[in-house]
Design a protein around this ligand. Structure first.
Ligand SMILES: CC(C)(COP(=O)(O)OP(=O)(O)OC[C@H]1O[C@@H](n2cnc3c(N)ncnc32)[C@H](O)[C@@H]1OP(=O)(O)O)[C@@H](O)C(=O)NCCC(=O)NCCS
Length: 153
């Protein structure tokens, strides 16, 4: 059975393995995760998705004022294309909406078509290109989603 819960320091061993496998040279370090997790409940929201006590995905979000950023999202290779990525983003958007966030930003490597397709499906729009954001010649597409006010619905 799958379950979603807050990421803790104890998850970092598994998270870092997934991170290394999926992101290679641009993988985050333990220190980066520790810094992010030290801000949980203030300006960060990090969740892991588990299946039979194994982490199969995770998402991290930073939020301040009315803006938020999707910091990271990953689904293990074996669990991809089953709707989990979309499920994690939708859960994050619900959390952010309840916290009064109006705009959600993200960066994605311009060649990462699976992720770009997922973000487009969820309504994210292209904003700008950040040259060399992920290293020489590795550009980022920045994207944004306007979250509806409850009052608009
Ligand atoms: C991007 C990622 C999180 C998507 O997770 P996922 O669970 O496989 O995606 P889902 O099954 O929820 O798919 C949702 C939508 O994303 C798009 N999508 C996902 N994988 C795709 C692929 N390989 N090719 C094309 N579109 C794809 C589709 O629009 C899909 O909707 P559909 O099933 O109706 O066609 C996953 O591929 C991943 O972890 N990639 C490596 C890490 C990464 O790149 N993270 C993003 C950094 S910005």
């Amino acid at each position: 059975m799958n379950s979603l819960r807050e990421m803790t320091q104890l998850d970092l061993e598994q998270v870092l393995q997934i991170e290394e496998h999926l992101f290679g040279q641009t993988a985050w370090s333990r220190k980066m995760y520790e810094d992010e997790l030290s801000r949980l409940g203030q300006s960060r929201w990090y969740q892991v998705l588990e299946s039979n006590s194994q982490i199969i995905g995770y998402i991290g979000v930073a939020y301040v004022g009315e803006n938020a950023d999707i910091q990271t999202i990953a689904i293990t290779t074996e669990s991809q294309r089953k709707g989990y990525g979309e499920q994690l983003i939708i859960t994050a958007l619900n959390f952010l909406s309840k916290h009064g966030i109006k705009k959600v930003f993200l960066e994605v490597e311009v060649n990462n078509s699976p992720a770009i397709s997922m973000y487009q499906k969820l309504g994210f729009q292209n904003l700008t290109i950040r040259l060399n954001y992920y290293g020489p010649g590795k550009n980022a597409q920045t994207m944004v989603l306007d979250l509806k006010d409850d009052a608009d619905e």
